[in-house]
Write a protein of this length. Structure first.
Lengths: 214, 583
């Protein structure tokens, strides 16, 4: 899988590159700022770009903005955005209205090798990956008439894992239950949230998030 | 009695006599078309100009205007000699017959300062003298006075009797005179346009009288050229003479009344200031006394060696030559204030404004102290704002340094540790366990640093504005928070930050003290202000004086000229409200 890595911290960028290469990814380009990132991504057309939120030239959310642009202009490239802070706003921007191919992780998750490479792979193949903290915060928000109140604790666990972008299989593994049990929970959740169930992983996340941001 | 006064009295005497002579001559003249008109207006106009001219001369000796007016009067009287039957007197009157108009043009353009301003005025006046002297004299040399049916005495100066040349010269003179009058009208109009508001108010009637007179003279000349005669000519004559007779009075009135009398102004002012004036009233009183709406008072601050107005805002004293007069007021040898006024106010009485200043020095000193206090407050307000801005900038910088430095390094350290552990494999000397612990510690350190950096400055606020930042704040609050409708547009940065910190601190207090189950956050715009309100359904009874948190917020909001209020009845929940001006 071909990857472009963008981060203005050389130290960290090289750490991530080494880690990805060790795990069998092909890093085709490195960028130190948002403009450089756009150039490299449009030139190399990688499967996925791993992007730091805060980058030059403005040192605000330049990386995120570049990522959104890339998604709009070159849908075959997925973007996995790394952020120093958990910001639901950033995550919701990424998820947007469109399809998958997006991810949002706290920066320090890169040290959790398996999870990180799994996320890169998922985003690179059109799926999605959201940081558990972001998901927890989105689901934990208080709302006036909270439909999540009807959801059982078990269903909530399933919903959180779903929101992270996990497949039913992975959820079953994580919760140590059968896949059939997970399917039942998912159907029940969709029923309570008034959503039509679909087969695709990332569509489920989108459905959940679209509902959450409404 | 000064020599000037003596000379003026002498001139007055000569003038009275000089005016009477043509009247006497007119009564006995045997070559006069309109005896009554001459008998009445001849001396009347002469006396009017001489009398008012001498009066103006006496009141404003340094102003040549009075002398010019007097000259018009005298030449008018001499011109009156043309009614004499004696050829010598007759020709003298004829020679100087046009000169009063030359002086009149000069006088009109020299009003009110007695000097000509601008090239046009100089050209017009010079041309006027040329037409009324040299052309008149030349014409007198070729004009056979006995030829016409007027029954005039013979012309002793007649050098070359040529009717055609005489007629040509007469026509040329009249046409040139009309041109001069046209120039006069243009110059007067320009003059009026160039006047300050204060000048204009006083002088408009005068200039207007001059303009009407000029137009009438032009009509008279044009009528003469085109051969109008009979009743029409008489009407034009009477109107012209009446206007001419009224001009000196209009100009004298203008000259005197457009000026403020020193005694009147000072007296009225002192009476008015007997009641202690409120702030700003002093300026109004002075402006009224000097009849100058543009008057400005600047108070001197010795500490900063600068000027401020009554409210303590810095003001600048105009440079010399800007059309503004400047008068410094001192008290006990120390500068108190400076009066800046329309320079035309003191044109004729340069000491007037100084006199006004001295009379009001005490009141000015009082107001100066007030202004100084205001200026101090203003300065403190400014420095508080600057301090806060510096603080904000420093926090932003600190957060950025943490983000770009320590945070990145720690994450990259985590990567290295992870790599080390992979490299180590299944070593059994306990190193793996140590690395596990190190990784755990590191994870905690990273997350603590993250919270610290966010507390120092929320990056999302700068990036995304209040809605995103509040969303984030609400999401991490242990007490459920309902965020209401927020302003759609971005607020100015200091306001945004202040609003954010008010909400963040208030929500922290809700969690710590209120025992609430629910909190609300609302931000709205109202009349250029931002209203922030954080409410909860907790125990209430919060004391705004308690703790440094609320006081810090109070300072932050006050630095932006805003207000913070805490309403917290026991058992009624707590509402923290802030109103922050938006720019």
């Amino acid at each position: 899988m071909r990857v472009v890595v963008a981060d203005d911290s050389v130290l960290l960028r090289e750490g991530v590159v080494r880690l990805l290469e060790d795990s069998g990814f092909e890093v085709v380009g490195q960028a130190g700022d948002a403009d450089d990132l756009r150039r490299k991504v449009y030139a190399h057309k990688p499967d996925v770009a791993v992007v730091d939120v805060r980058m030059p030239p403005d040192n605000t959310d330049d990386g995120l903005r570049a990522a959104l642009e890339i998604r709009a202009r070159q849908p075959e490239t997925g973007v996995l955005v790394l952020s120093q802070y958990v910001e639901e706003g950033y995550a919701l921007d990424l998820v947007g209205e469109g399809g998958g191919g997006v991810g949002y992780l706290l920066k320090d998750r890169v040290a959790d090798l398996d999870r990180f490479t799994d996320s890169v792979r998922r985003v690179g193949s059109g799926g999605s990956a959201l940081d558990p903290d972001v998901v927890a915060r989105l689901l934990g928000r208080s709302r006036r008439d909270d439909p999540l109140e009807e959801i059982t604790p078990r269903e909530r666990e399933v919903l959180e894992l779903m929101a992270e972008g996990r497949s039913n299989n992975a959820i079953a593994e994580a919760l140590v239950v059968t896949e059939r049990a997970v399917e039942k929970h998912v159907t029940s959740i969709f029923g309570k949230l008034g959503l039509a169930p679909t087969a695709e992983d990332h569509r489920r996340v989108l459905a959940v998030l679209t509902f959450l941001r409404a | 009695m000064t020599s000037l006064r003596r000379a003026l009295w002498l001139l007055a005497f000569v003038g009275v006599v000089g005016g009477a002579v043509p009247m006497a001559l007119a009564i006995g003249s045997d070559h006069l078309d309109n005896r009554a008109l001459n008998v009445v207006f001849g001396p009347l106009i002469g006396w009017a100009f001489i009398g008012t001219g001498l009066f103006a001369w006496w009141r404003r000796p340094e102003n040549r205007f009075g002398a010019l007016m007097t000259a018009v009067g005298f030449t008018w009287c001499i011109a009156g000699l043309s009614v004499a039957d004696e050829p010598g007197l007759f020709i003298a009157g004829l020679l100087l017959g046009a000169l009063p108009y030359g002086f009149l043009v000069h006088m009109l353009l020299a009003f009110p300062r007695g000097v000509l301003e601008g090239r046009l005025a100089t050209v017009v006046v010079s041309a006027g003298y040329f037409v009324t002297t040299i052309m008149q004299f030349t014409w007198a040399l070729v004009y056979d006075t006995t030829r016409e049916e007027c029954g005039c005495p013979p012309n002793p100066l007649l050098a070359w009797d040529n009717q055609g040349v005489a007629d040509f010269l007469y026509t040329a003179q009249s046409i040139l005179a009309i041109v001069v009058i046209a120039g006069l009208i243009v110059a007067l109009y320009r003059r009026w346009r160039g006047m300050s508001r204060v000048q204009r108010r006083g002088l408009t009637p005068v200039i207007f009288t001059g303009l009407v007179l000029a137009v009438d003279l032009a009509i008279t000349l044009a009528a003469d050229l085109s051969g109008v005669s009979g009743a029409a000519e008489e009407v034009i004559d009477i109107v012209g003479l009446s206007l001419l007779a009224s001009v000196p009075f209009a100009f004298l009135a203008g000259l005197l009344s457009s000026r403020v009398s020193r005694a009147g102004a000072v007296g009225g002012l002192v009476t008015r200031l007997a009641d202690a004036p409120r702030r700003g009233e002093l300026r109004d009183a002075l402006a009224e006394a000097l009849d100058d709406d543009s008057l400005m008072l600047a108070y001197w601050l010795p500490d900063t060696a600068s000027y401020v107005d009554a409210r303590g805002h810095p003001v600048r004293i105009p440079a010399p030559g800007s059309g503004r007069g400047v008068s410094h007021v001192e008290r006990d040898g120390r500068r108190v204030a400076t009066i800046v006024y329309d320079a035309s106010v003191a044109e004729d009485d340069p000491g007037l404004v100084d006199a006004i200043g001295s009379a009001t020095a005490l009141a000015l000193e009082n107001e100066r102290l007030d202004a100084e206090l205001c200026a101090r407050v203003e300065e403190l307000r400014g420095s508080r704002m600057r301090l806060m801005e510096v603080g904000m900038a420093e926090r932003r910088g600190l957060e950025r340094n943490l983000h770009d430095g320590a945070q990145q390094r720690l994450v990259s350290l985590a990567l290295t540790l992870r790599a080390a552990r992979t490299r180590l494999g299944g070593s059994e000397d306990g190193a793996g366990e140590l690395l596990d612990r190190a990784e755990l510690e590191l994870e905690l350190a990273i997350s603590e640093l993250r919270e610290l950096a966010r507390g120092i400055h929320p990056a999302v606020l700068s990036d995304r504005g209040l809605p995103a930042a509040l969303e984030s704040l609400a999401a991490r609050s242990p007490v459920p928070v309902e965020v209401g409708v927020l302003p759609a547009e971005r607020l100015p940065e200091p306001v945004e930050l202040a609003a954010y910190y008010v909400i963040s601190e208030a929500l922290a207090n809700v969690v710590k003290y209120a025992g609430a189950t629910h909190a609300t956050v609302d931000v709205a715009r109202s009349n250029g202000d931002v209203l922030v309100e954080v409410g909860d359904d907790g125990v209430g009874g919060a004391d705004p004086a308690r703790g440094t948190g609320l006081r810090g917020l109070q300072d932050r909001v006050r630095a932006l000229e805003g207000r913070l209020a805490v309403v917290s009845e026991s058992g009624q929940g707590t509402r923290v409200k802030a109103r922050i001006p938006c720019g």
